[in-house]
Design a protein around this ligand. Structure first.
Ligand code: ATP
Length: 734
């Protein structure tokens, strides 16, 4: 019924974190308790305006007609979410666009994918970022499949009609009263606001931070600092307090420094980090700050997004393959499986290279242990070959064949075995190429080269940063970590080193990315010798859950990882709660039925986004997600980029795997399938064992109040790693 929608920046930011249902798109109304934003209608345009809007503001204009952005779309909600994010990106410059959206620029025109790359239709949404030549963002069309930007032209008559009444709407007193009934919108908090609570920056600095956190926050910008601490010790919190404090301090002085806050996941940056910043300063002032020279003061996002900004891949028609989500990994697994099969049919390998490697060949051929083997190979590709830019025929390959291997790496004692892995890798790369996919590691390798180019040498003092914070440093592989110091402006170096602040907990990493390049890169991350600050008090979990985590700690291998791996878990600062429990069911079906019954019951009482069922086994996770018996009971998070789904949980619980909810916390966690079978199988190397234990630790440490571990007799009963805690009664069987 309306032809266009017009919103100012603050209204966009408010709606971007709101829960919007499909009904909202019938009327575009806002609840009347929202003090900051209001709706005004003029002709056939809806204006959603905040108190900040004035004639000089920049506006988002959306074409709602039949030829507009929702044309034929079943998923207006998702399209609209993306449009809002593009608007924030365009207005603030410090909000990045996830690389999976494949943003493509041409002059002021921009297009992105309208939906997840998992969806079949390849619709793209089109924008003009300088509509009417006054910096407005006009979302004007959608096409099936990508088209040349200059061929998709905006309807400017509609645009002019939409902006004609802006001034009038801003000063208008006649605000639309919302009808009674379901408006389809709930103005809600970001996920990070829930983690950060309602404590402001000042309160944190005056009386909340503990001594160690304060010590970290007060560190000067003259050397890199590494912040180590177990899960829930307040690493992210301390990093954000420091980031905001340093930014505001600089603003009140010379106001020259620019800051970057990097994480490994785009959604974590956008939902959690920004939400926590909003908690620290609800005015949101930090996001529009500029330096005296007019530069955006803070940039928040992933290193991939920075790489994409600089390399502009979308223009070149190649798609980076994201592997930290379930689908990306599954796809990678299929490619590795095909590559392996091809190699096993290659007589040159089977009868030549592996002629005297009967045992290894049998391992490659064994179909039963294939999934575990593929897992190992995937880790070898990501954390050694791709991370170090090693491939068949390259110079580095020679060193790979003969070099010494670290204990954490896949067990490949002979050159012939490694040669075979290189061959599999080579086939895998050609399969990727056929699909015009680029792995993230290849993208970062290219980015590393770009950062050494003359072009960057010219641009770094304009586009680089003075201070860089890196959360989740344990997810950064060696090559990614090496790009960090190239991102500084050249003036950032003070006497001792560069201001790089990194937080990590190697035990939370479910792959070995953080181990590549040895521990030296933590102590000296290429920008000078780092100073260590260790956090030891757990603020997330109850004393009972913390005691279980301490006990479980003994299951980790130690010694060989030079102290960086070990984090000390001291006591909890939380209130007392129940002792974590272990539940054992006879069959997988019984397990899943009972767990979801209980989880949904709890979700109804305390809210779905506070209850999580986390599965430890990939194939079971996939199977259950499609199982009719629990459908409708959960929202699933199958990649780190799905975090927004949490907001739609309501009375359903969250269903995911530990690695996709890293950085988050839940009141209640059911950690399912901590079964004996997994560690008992032959295919498990020491590395795979460590990663498995990391996964349990990561999952269990998401719980604040209540933790259940759940096993199935069908898969051998409780995992052996639980025997210590069971003996010490830090977990009790019920
Ligand atoms: N000094 C403190 N006093 C009270 N609460 C705190 C303190 N420090 C952190 N917290 C709270 O503890 C919770 C966990 O903090 P945070 O997410 O920063 O931990 P983390 O070390 O980054 O955890 P993880 O590594 O598991 O992601 C948050 O709710 C945070 O606000």
């Amino acid at each position: 019924m309306y032809k266009s929608l017009v919103m100012d920046r603050t209204a966009v930011a408010t709606l971007e974190s709101a829960l919007i249902d499909i009904e909202w798109f019938d009327k575009y109304t806002i609840p009347d308790n929202s003090e900051d934003i209001r709706v005004v209608i003029r002709d056939s345009t809806v204006y959603i305006l905040s108190n900040d809007a004035d004639v000089n503001s920049r506006f988002l204009v959306v074409n709602l007609t039949e030829n507009g952005v929702f044309r034929g779309s079943e998923s207006k909600k998702r399209y609209f979410e993306r449009i809002l994010r593009v608007a924030l990106h365009c207005f603030d410059r410090n909000v990045s666009l996830p690389i999976q959206w494949q943003a493509y620029h041409d002059g002021s025109r921009l297009s992105i994918y309208a939906e997840s790359i998992r969806s079949d239709d390849q619709n793209r949404i089109y924008f003009d970022q300088n509509a009417g030549e006054r910096g407005n963002l006009y979302a004007y069309a959608v096409t099936k499949g990508p088209q040349q930007l200059f061929l998709v032209n905006p309807d400017m008559v509609l645009y002019n009609e939409a902006v004609r009444w802006i001034d009038d709407a801003i000063y208008s007193e006649d605000v639309e009263q919302p009808p009674v009934g379901n408006l389809g919108i709930l103005l809600s908090e970001r996920i990070g606001t829930y983690i950060g609570g309602s404590t402001t920056l000042e309160q944190w600095l005056n009386n909340r931070l503990n001594t160690q956190q304060l010590k970290f926050v007060e560190k000067p910008h003259s050397a890199p600092v590494r912040l180590r601490g177990a899960a829930g010790t307040g690493k992210t919190q301390a990093m954000l307090v420091k980031c905001l404090k340093d930014m505001y301090d600089d603003e009140s002085q010379l106001n020259t420094k620019t800051f970057a806050f990097l994480t490994h996941s785009s959604a974590l940056a956008h939902e959690v980090v920004r939400g926590m910043l909003y908690s620290l300063d609800p005015s949101g002032r930090w996001q529009t700050l500029r330096t005296a020279g007019g530069e955006t003061k803070i940039w928040i996002g992933t290193i991939y997004e920075l790489a994409q900004q600089h390399l502009n891949y979308a223009r070149k028609g190649v798609t980076p393959l994201a592997v930290d989500g379930r689908e990306g990994r599954e796809y990678q697994r299929i490619l590795i499986d095909s590559s392996l099969k091809r190699i096993l049919n290659n007589p040159h390998i089977v009868h030549g290279v592996l002629a005297s490697e009967a045992e290894f060949l049998a391992r490659l051929k064994n179909e039963e242990s294939r999934p575990a083997l593929i897992e190992e190979i995937m880790n070898e590709f990501a954390c050694t070959l791709d991370a170090e830019n090693i491939h068949k025929g390259s110079e580095a390959a020679e060193a790979y064949l003969r070099g010494r291997r670290e204990k954490w790496q896949m067990d490949l004692p002979t050159a012939d075995q490694r040669k075979t892995i290189l061959e599999i890798h080579d086939v895998y790369r050609s399969l990727l190429k056929q699909e015009r996919f680029l792995s993230m590691d290849q993208m970062i390798a290219d980015y590393g080269r770009y950062l050494h180019s003359h072009e960057w040498e010219q641009l770094r003092d304009r586009d680089g940063f003075d201070v860089i914070f890196v959360d989740e440093y344990h997810y950064f592989n060696r090559v990614e970590a090496m790009t960090l110091h190239e991102l500084f402006k050249s003036r950032a170096k003070e006497s001792g080193g560069w201001p790089l602040f990194m937080a990590y907990d190697l035990k939370q990493s479910v792959n070995d990315a953080g181990l590549g390049g040895g521990f030296e890169r933590f102590r000296n991350p290429g920008v000078g010798k780092s100073v260590e600050v260790e956090l030891t008090e757990n603020y997330r979990s109850t004393p009972q859950i913390t005691r279980f985590l301490q006990d479980f700690d003994a299951a980790f291998p130690s010694a060989d990882l030079e102290g960086e791996y070990n984090t000390f878990i001291a006591h909890s600062r939380g209130k007392d709660g129940e002792i974590p429990t272990l539940k054992i069911y006879d069959t997988n079906y019984e397990l899943i039925d009972r767990v979801f019954e209980a989880a949904v019951d709890k979700a109804r009482r305390i809210g779905g986004r506070r209850v999580a069922v986390l599965c430890l086994v990939d194939h079971l996770f996939d199977r259950y997600r499609d199982a009719g018996r629990i459908s409708g009971k959960f929202v699933s998070i199958i990649s780190r980029d799905d975090l927004k789904e949490l907001q739609f949980a309501r009375s359903r619980c969250v269903f995911s795997m530990p690695e996709y909810v890293a950085g988050l916390q839940f009141d209640t966690v059911y950690l399912i399938h901590a079964d004996r079978t997994d560690l008992a199988s032959d295919g498990f190397s020491p590395g795979a064992r460590r990663r498995y234990i990391n996964r349990i630790y990561l999952g269990a440490s998401r719980a604040q109040e209540t933790l259940y571990l759940v096993s199935s007799r069908e898969r051998g009963g409780p995992s052996e790693v639980l025997s210590g805690p069971l003996e010490n009664k830090t977990i009790v069987e019920v």
